[in-house]
Design a protein around this ligand. Structure first.
Ligand SMILES: CC(C)(COP(=O)(O)OP(=O)(O)OC[C@H]1O[C@@H](n2cnc3c(N)ncnc32)[C@H](O)[C@@H]1OP(=O)(O)O)[C@@H](O)C(=O)NCCC(=O)NCCS
Length: 173
C-alpha cells in the first residue's frame, strides 16, 4: 500500500471548480488504488478482447454519444482510448491519462487516471465494463504509474470490486 496523502490546496481547488462540498454523506467519490502489487483481478471473458483503440475517432465518438454526449469533446487525437472489443468492434471505452489531475500529493508519485468509463447500452450487465477497468488499471501499471485514480464517480461499490479505495466523499452544492 502506497502512502496516499491528500493535498489540501488541490482539495480546495476542486471544491471551487466543481462547487462541491466534502463530507461523509456525499454520494460522489474520488478513488485511488496503489499499483505496486496490482494484478489482473477478474477472469477473461470469452470472445472479448481489450486494448488501446487505434481506429476511426468518429466511430468511437458515436458510441460515446450514446453513453454521455458531454464526454465527446474529451475523445480527441491526443487521447489514449482503451476499449473492450467484441468481434473487434469497441463496445466499452474509457480514457487513460498517464498523469491525472487528482487531489493527492504527487511529489514522488506518478498518478494515472481512468476516466469517462462507458459501455454502450446493448452490451451492459455482462461484466465488460468492470473487466475493461481491470485491464485499463493493469495498462496504467505498464506505463509505470504508481497510483490509478478515478475522479468524480457515483460508482463507489463497483470500483471497490477491483480494490479501488475512496479518498474523499463529496456532494454537489
Ligand atoms: C457504468 C457502466 C460503464 C457499467 O458498464 P457494464 O459493462 O454494464 O459493467 P458491468 O457489466 O461490469 O457491471 C454492471 C453491473 O452488471 C452486473 N453484471 C456483471 N456481469 C453480469 C452478468 N453476466 N449478468 C448480469 N449482470 C452482470 C455487475 O454485477 C454490475 O452490477 P452492480 O452495478 O450492481 O455492481 C455502464 O452502465 C455505463 O456506461 N453507464 C453510463 C456511464 C457511467 O455512468 N459511467 C461511469 C462514470 S464514472
Amino acid at each position: 500500500m502506497l502512502n496516499m496523502q491528500i493535498d489540501t490546496i488541490k482539495l480546495k481547488n476542486m471544491e471551487a471548480k466543481l462547487n462541491c462540498k466534502f463530507g461523509d454523506d456525499g454520494v460522489f467519490v474520488e478513488m485511488a488504488l496503489a499499483l505496486n502489487e496490482y494484478q489482473e483481478q477478474l477472469p477473461s471473458i470469452s470472445g472479448v478482447s481489450f486494448g488501446v483503440y487505434s481506429g476511426d475517432l468518429e466511430k468511437i465518438r458515436k458510441l460515446v454519444e450514446k453513453v454521455d454526449a458531454k464526454w465527446c469533446k474529451y475523445f480527441t487525437e491526443n487521447t489514449t482510448i482503451f476499449c473492450a472489443f467484441v468481434n473487434k468492434e469497441p463496445v466499452s471505452f474509457c480514457i487513460i491519462t498517464p498523469t491525472a489531475d487528482s487531489i493527492l500529493c504527487d511529489d514522488k508519485l506518478k498518478i494515472g487516471g481512468v476516466a469517462c468509463v462507458g459501455t454502450v447500452p446493448e452490451y451492459r450487465k455482462r461484466g465488460l465494463g468492470l473487466k475493461m477497468v481491470d485491464m485499463a488499471t493493469v495498462y496504467l501499471k505498464t506505463l509505470n504509474c504508481d497510483i490509478a485514480y478515478i475522479h468524480y464517480t457515483h460508482l463507489e461499490k463497483w470500483y471497490k470490486k477491483l480494490g479501488y479505495e475512496t479518498v474523499v466523499r463529496f456532494s454537489l452544492s
